[in-house]
Design a protein around this ligand. Structure first.
Ligand code: ADP
Ligand code: MG
Length: 604
């Protein structure tokens, strides 16, 4: 076989294969170039989900004629001033994006450098460069990609529907612009404006929160916890959503490493670990974290699309993220997201026929179809005073209202004073400004669970000797890794020993886990160690069992409680961490403000 050097266009197409997976990845590169050029206003136009057109216009510094000519050459960049790959201060540094895109599409770049009068256009179609032409435009740059992948039809076949590709485009915009609140952006699809994010003024913290609210919604701002953690030279800032404010995909999780948006396995794992205790497996929290660390601690040159990074000490980063999130969540106490009440209200309003008073009570059957007169006529007929209508003896079986006079007044407490129990399941409490409805089983289960965890953390775990030790085969590398954690595992009640070069033997297991599939737990443990360097699954398994025990050991729905018992439960919720949601991320209580209730009755 004869070796030959590949032609330039082919080399660029190979690079494009890595960097430009779909229209959104091409757009991401253009946006990063605009940000690198110091743009503060960016306009994006797309057609057919980016397949026919992606155009980005910015007001950045622009390019002079000779730079424009170089921009489409491979490995040409203005961003690596002192050739140091560990001191990367821009999004770009590879000088690959534009020539790669130009090799698989029809690319036109028009640019005018700031303080210069003339503009120039350069064009490249499927890798063929056309002669440069004079042009006219405002200072800044416009990059137009037409017919992406026309030169590589195989790639074209991988594209999803226009709608899906457009969704990816919106996501790329959100992700790239999240860490740059000062920049404003508009997105037009087929000339229709579909996204507009205004530039934020003011100090970084406020503008960054405003930007998050613009991208993740106002609800996020109201249902997230600020977190900040400084450990050695690592700083984490950001917002973590309350567990009850969760989503069905991990799409709304944002991580920035030195302001670069990153989609990282380590991050996903850390988030899962931090919330594993609060959410079911199919629910994902919403969060945005900004990780700041010295440039030499992180290598961004590991992924062609620069969307993954490698940390020098990944274990430390992982545990710093988990701790920061857990600390924030721990401080949330009994708080559940306020969207829970909103969801409850829209459900209630919906059932009243179209929402609000205007919809009227005419729909449905039963109560709704009768006029108030039907209820009151017989009573009102022979009596003069209103008080007789409500006199207890007129209503057979009615008991006098419970007398709260002798009890402490808890109405100023966050979860209020218990007033009654309905269906032996729900506690209704009165607060200073509204009412709270508590699911007694879910709330108590969570309290018991938190208590068990607390005592587990304080004392060591009880172990159980296996009558027949379990032998588990694995690679010698895995054996080494697992044995390095031997001492730590003993703390969790797991006693392991080396068994030849490629197996371990399990002699004792945590008593709580005696009925567990130990083999698969050890498998998960080695995966954990591989992925994050932490022993998550054993903690997870123990917590899972605690959860199950807690579930069986707590007040069942259906048990009758008296007022002091109910008040005691509410106070426990207030003083125990993480009681705003049950072990599956569902809320344990709903709060309705008087203003919400008034809305339901159309009073406001
Ligand atoms: P990289 O961003 O890695 O340097 P690119 O291929 O994306 O590589 O871009 C090549 C060069 O073209 C950049 O280094 C920059 O000097 C210039 N450039 C690209 N886009 C713009 C823009 N929107 N405004 C100003 N200069 C740009
Ligand atoms: Mg670039």
């Amino acid at each position: 076989m004869k070796i030959r050097i590949l032609p330039q266009t082919l080399v660029n197409r190979i690079a494009a294969g890595e960097v430009i997976e779909r229209p959104a990845s091409a757009l991401k590169e253009l946006l990063e170039n605009s940000l690198d050029a110091g743009a503060t206003e960016i306009t994006v136009n797309i057609e057919s989900g980016g397949r026919n057109l992606i155009a980005v216009t910015d007001n950045g510094e622009g390019m002079a004629r000779e730079d424009l000519a170089l921009a489409i050459e491979r490995h040409a960049t203005s961003k690596l001033a002192d050739d140091d790959l560990l001191k990367i201060t821009h999004f770009g540094f590879r000088g690959e994006a534009l020539p790669s895109i130009g090799s698989v599409s029809r690319l036109t770049i028009t640019s005018r450098k700031k303080n210069e009068n003339s503009a120039w256009t350069v064009r490249i179609e499927g890798g063929d460069k056309l002669p440069m032409e004079a042009a006219s435009c405002n200072p800044g740059t416009r990059v137009e990609i037409r017919d992406l992948f026309f030169a590589t039809p195989a790639r074209l076949k991988f594209l999803k529907s226009e709608k899906t590709e457009q969704q990816h485009i919106v996501d790329a915009i959100n992700r790239t612009l999240m860490a740059h609140p000062e920049v404003s952006i508009r997105l037009y699809a087929e000339d229709k404006e579909i996204l507009k994010i205004a530039g934020q003024q003011g100090d970084m913290l406020n503008s960054s929160l405003a930007r998050m609210a613009a991208i993740l919604g106002k609800d996020f701002a109201e249902n997230s916890l600020m977190l900040e953690s400084v450990r050695d030279n690592i700083t984490i800032r950001g917002y973590a959503g309350l567990p009850t404010f969760n989503r069905g995909t991990s799409q709304s999780q944002y991580l920035f490493v030195n302001n670069r948006p990153v989609k990282d396995k380590l991050f996903a794992g850390a988030v899962r670990a931090a919330y594993q205790d609060f959410l079911g497996h199919d629910r994902y929290p919403v969060l945005a974290l900004f990780l700041e660390l010295p440039h030499e601690e992180v290598d961004v040159n590991v992924h062609p699309a620069k969307s993954e990074v490698r940390f020098r000490d990944s274990r430390l980063i992982h545990s710093t993220i988990v701790t920061a999130i857990r600390t924030a969540l721990g401080n949330a106490g009994y708080r559940a997201s306020n969207t829970v009440a909103g969801a409850a209200i829209s459900k209630l309003a919906g059932n009243m026929g179209g929402g609000g008073y205007g919809g009227g009570y005419s729909g449905g059957g039963g109560f709704n179809s009768r006029s108030p007169g039907q209820f009151f006529a017989p009573l009102a007929a022979g009596n003069s005073g209103l008080e007789t209508i409500f006199a207890a003896d007129l209503v057979p079986g009615a008991r006098p209202a419970e007398n709260f006079a002798g009890l402490p007044d808890y109405t100023s407490y966050p979860l209020g004073a218990a007033r009654c129990q309905l269906h032996e399941t729900y506690i209704v409490a009165q607060t200073a400004g509204g009412i709270v409805i508590v699911d007694q089983h879910a709330a108590h289960e969570r309290i018991v669970y938190e208590k068990m965890k607390e005592s587990l953390a304080k004392s060591s775990v009880k172990t159980q000797k296996l009558l027949i030790p379990e032998i588990i085969e694995m690679t010698s590398g895995e054996v080494e890794k697992l044995l390095a954690e031997k001492a730590e595992l003993v703390n969790f009640g797991l006693v392991i020993e080396k068994f030849g070069d490629s197996a371990v033997v399990i002699r004792e297991v945590p008593a709580l886990l005696k009925d567990f599939d130990i083999k698969s737990m050890i498998r998960n443990l080695t995966d954990d160690l591989e992925e994050s360097g932490q022993l998550l699954s054993i903690k997870g398994a123990i917590e899972h069992v605690c959860g199950t025990i807690a579930c069986h050991g707590s007040i069942r729905a259906g048990r009758r409680l008296n007022v002091p018992e109910m008040d005691a439960l509410l106070r426990e919720m207030e003083s125990t961490p993480n009681t705003g949601q049950c072990n599956h991320g569902r809320p344990t209580y709903i709060e309705l403000k008087l203003s919400d209730i008034e809305k339901l009755f159309g009073r406001k």
